[in-house]
Write a protein that binds this ligand. Structure first.
Ligand SMILES: [Cu+2]
Length: 387
């Protein structure tokens, strides 16, 4: 399906092709719609100039990112000369932004350009006269066609591969190389950096810490600030493994959803104390509970709610997770049937809503942070009461 509206300039509005506009970068061109000389149908557009010029007709279309598209169109030229490349289709928003170009004098010929949209969602398609310089003469443009061909698998493959490569690199690297790589991350583009962070994090050798100075930490914080929340967590996981502290994530306030039927509990860690600000709260049996846990501390925490009497068992199981290489991916939550609700690992600056249904059985249900070393202090009791 052709994605270009009015592709042959047949539909006119006040004498100009509908949907199209013109732009002159330099020179004094005549930008016109002509009838009688079209490649097909009755109209085409032209750019004509006696003095050196760069100008064109353009329109904008919506496209899908990371797809390969094919643009075709017809171009005719007469005495096109100058320092510019000539007549072409020019797509400034994509990497491969210039179609084959035509100079001199040629009858209508079909020009084809296949390109990858990358991150682009909106594309400006220029029927350009000039291009990286200026020209004189006349060019005619007609019958454009833009179709989607297929997803740009290559990009995704190469990004995915970068994660695997980073993982293997990290697992065999010494601490000097690891430090250098971490410090280079802020210079990497946003598409790639997430994959590198993920790869480094997975391959990170145990007990390998890197040292960063305040400037370097500020640059890493700058990187963190431009990542999505999901990627922020990846980077903070990596920082945790690498012993880098002081990074603070930013979360948009979580959407609590419908709270009319829920008991909302707001819970904070006490800064640098390994304590929860509340050591007890009460919820009605069998009803929805939303614990909003905002981590305003400088270290990660989680919250795990267990069955009555399970506090020690969950805590000692958490201690045993210290030697489990996948512990961080499991947010340090032991796989025990006594656990009735648990959050992810909540990093500094982040907020998580632990959303669950309170047990039907009234009783004293312990809650604790199972991040290594915290559970003996960071604890409380959730009382489930009959309504
Ligand atoms: Cu904790």
């Amino acid at each position: 399906m052709n994605l270009i509206p009015n592709p042959g300039f047949e539909e006119l509005e006040n004498g100009s092709p509908k949907g199209w506009a013109t732009r002159t970068w330099s020179g004094d061109p005549a930008l016109a719609t002509e009838s009688g000389s079209a490649a097909s149908g009755s109209h085409c557009v032209t750019v004509s100039a006696e003095t050196l010029t760069e100008a064109g007709h353009y329109l904008e279309v919506e496209v899908r990112p990371h797809m390969v598209y094919r643009l075709r169109g017809w171009i005719k030229t007469e005495n096109v000369h100058g320092s510019g490349r000539g007549a072409m289709f020019y797509l400034p928003e994509v990497v491969k932004n210039c179609s084959p170009t035509v100079k001199g004098t040629h009858d209508w010929q079909r020009i084809e350009h296949v390109f990858d949209t990358g991150d682009t969602r909106r594309l400006r398609i220029n029927c350009l006269f000039g291009g990286w310089g200026q020209v004189t003469g006349t060019a005619w443009f007609d019958d454009l066609e833009l179709v989607v061909l297929h997803p740009s698998l290559g990009d995704h493959l190469s990004l995915g591969v970068s994660s695997v490569v980073a993982r293997n690199l990290a697992s065999n690297a010494d601490s000097a190389s690891l430090t250098e790589w971490i410090l280079r991350l802020p210079a990497v583009n946003s598409d790639l950096v997430g994959h590198l962070v993920e790869g480094f994090s997975r391959g990170w050798p145990p007990n390998t810490a890197v040292t960063v100075n305040p400037d370097q930490l500020a640059r890493l914080q700058g990187l963190l600030d431009r990542l999505s929340e999901e990627r922020q967590v990846d980077l903070m996981k990596l920082a945790l493994k690498a012993g880098v502290s002081g990074l603070v994530g930013r979360t948009i306030p979580p959407d609590l959803g419908d709270v009319s039927q829920a008991t909302v509990i707001r819970l904070f860690p006490v800064k640098e104390q390994m304590l929860f600000d509340k050591t007890e709260f009460t919820v009605p049996a069998g009803r929805r509970v939303k614990i909003v846990f905002k981590n305003n501390d400088s270290m990660p925490h989680n919250i795990v709610v267990g069955r009555p009497g399970s506090y020690e068992r969950i805590g000692t199981a958490a201690d045993r997770m210290l030697t489990d290489p996948r512990a961080m991916d499991r947010a340090y939550v032991p796989a025990l049937s006594e656990v009735i609700a648990s959050s992810g690992l909540v990093f500094p600056g982040q907020t998580e809503v632990l959303d669950f249904t309170a047990p039907k059985e009234p009783g004293k249900y312990p809650y604790l942070c199972t991040f290594p070393g915290h559970w003996r202090l960071m604890k409380g009791v959730m009382t489930v009461a009959k309504e």
